[in-house]
Design a protein around this ligand. Structure first.
Ligand code: B12
Length: 210
C-alpha cells in the first residue's frame, strides 16, 4: 500500500492518493508509515524537479496533496497526547525560506507529545527569533529550512542568539530537507533531527533528560 501511495503522489493522482491514505488508515496502518511514504514521494518529486522533468506546478500539487494527507493522518497521531505541558519550544522556518510542511509536522508532533510550542511561521527574520526567545523563554529552539540558502540563515540565527547572550540558556535543533550533520556543525546548532519523531526525542532528552 505504501508503494501505491508513493506512485499515486508522484503520478500527481490526487484523488487516488487520498483514497489510498484513507484505506491505509482503515486497515490500521501506522500513521508514521504513511508519513514516511509521503516523504519518499516528496523526495522523488524533488528529484524529478531537479532533473527538469517536473516544474513548479508539480511541486505545488505535491505540497497540496501532502497537506491533505497530513490532515487525514494527524488526528490518528493524537494517541500520544499528554495533558501536562512538558516544556517550551520555539520553532520557525528560517529567513528566505517559505517551506512549512515539514515544520508543521514537527510543530504538530511536539504539541501532541505535550510541549508548549510557539510557531513563528515562515521566512522568520533573525531578530524575530531573538525577540521571541527573550519573551517566551523556551528551553529548545527549532530551526527549519529546505533550501541551500537556509544554511546561512541558520548560521546567522544561531550567531545572533549567541550575540544576544541567549545561547547558553537554550538548545538549538535544526532540520528540513537539505539539512544534515554538516550543516549542524556549520551553523553551530546542538543537534540535527531527520524527522518530527527525532525532534520530539531531542526535546525530551534536553528538557526531561530522557
Ligand atoms: C513542496 C515543496 C515546495 C512547496 C512548499 C509548500 C509548503 N507550504 O511548504 C513550494 C511549491 C511552495 C516550493 C517552493 C520552492 N521550492 Co520547494 N520543494 C518542495 C518539495 C517537493 C517537498 C518539501 C516538503 O514539504 N517535503 C515534505 C516534508 C514532510 O519533508 P521532510 O523533509 O520529510 O520533513 C521532515 C524533516 O525535514 C524534519 N524537519 C523539518 N523541519 C524540521 C525542523 C527541526 C528542528 C527538526 C528537528 C526536524 C525538521 O521533520 C519533517 C517531518 O518529519 C521539495 C523536495 C524535497 N525532496 O524535499 C522541494 C525543494 C525543497 N524546493 C526547492 C526549490 C528550489 C524551491 C523554490 C526555490 C522553487 C522556485 N524556483 O521558486 C521555491 C522556494 C521559495 C522559498 N523562498 O522558499 C528545492 C531546494 C533546492 C535547494 N538545494 O535549495 C527542493 C529540494 C526541490 C529540488 N530538488 O530542487 N517548494
Amino acid at each position: 500500500m505504501s508503494k501505491k501511495l508513493v506512485e499515486a503522489m508522484v503520478g500527481m493522482k490526487e484523488k487516488e492518493a487520498l483514497e489510498i491514505t484513507k484505506q491505509m488508515i482503515e486497515d490500521g496502518e501506522d500513521p508514521i508509515n504513511i508519513l514516511n511514504a509521503c516523504k519518499d514521494a516528496m523526495n522523488e518529486v524533488g528529484a524529478r524537479f531537479e532533473k527538469g522533468e517536473f516544474f513548479l506546478p508539480e511541486l505545488v500539487m505535491a505540497g497540496e496533496m501532502l497537506n491533505q494527507i497530513s490532515a487525514i493522518v494527524k488526528p490518528k497521531l493524537t494517541g500520544a497526547v499528554e495533558t501536562e505541558r512538558l516544556g517550551k519550544v520555539i520553532i520557525g522556518t528560517v529567513e528566505g525560506d517559505i517551506h512549512d510542511i515539514g515544520k508543521d509536522l514537527v510543530v504538530f508532533m511536539l504539541d501532541v507529545n505535550g510541549f508548549e510550542v510557539l510557531d513563528l511561521g515562515i521566512d522568520v527574520p533573525v531578530q524575530k527569533f531573538v525577540d521571541a526567545i527573550k519573551d517566551f523563554q523556551p528551553a529548545v529552539v527549532g530551526l527549519s529550512g529546505f533550501l541551500t540558502l537556509a544554511f546561512d540563515s541558520m548560521k546567522a540565527t544561531v550567531d545572533a542568539i549567541a550575540e544576544a547572550g541567549l545561547r547558553d540558556q537554550i538548545k538549538i535543533m535544526i532540520g528540513g530537507g537539505q539539512i544534515d550533520d554538516e550543516v549542524k556543525k556549520y551553523a553551530g546548532a546542538d543537534a540535527y533531527g531527520s524527522d518530527a519523531v527525532e525532534a520530539v526525542k531531542l526535546s525530551k532528552k534536553w528538557i526531561l533528560g530522557e
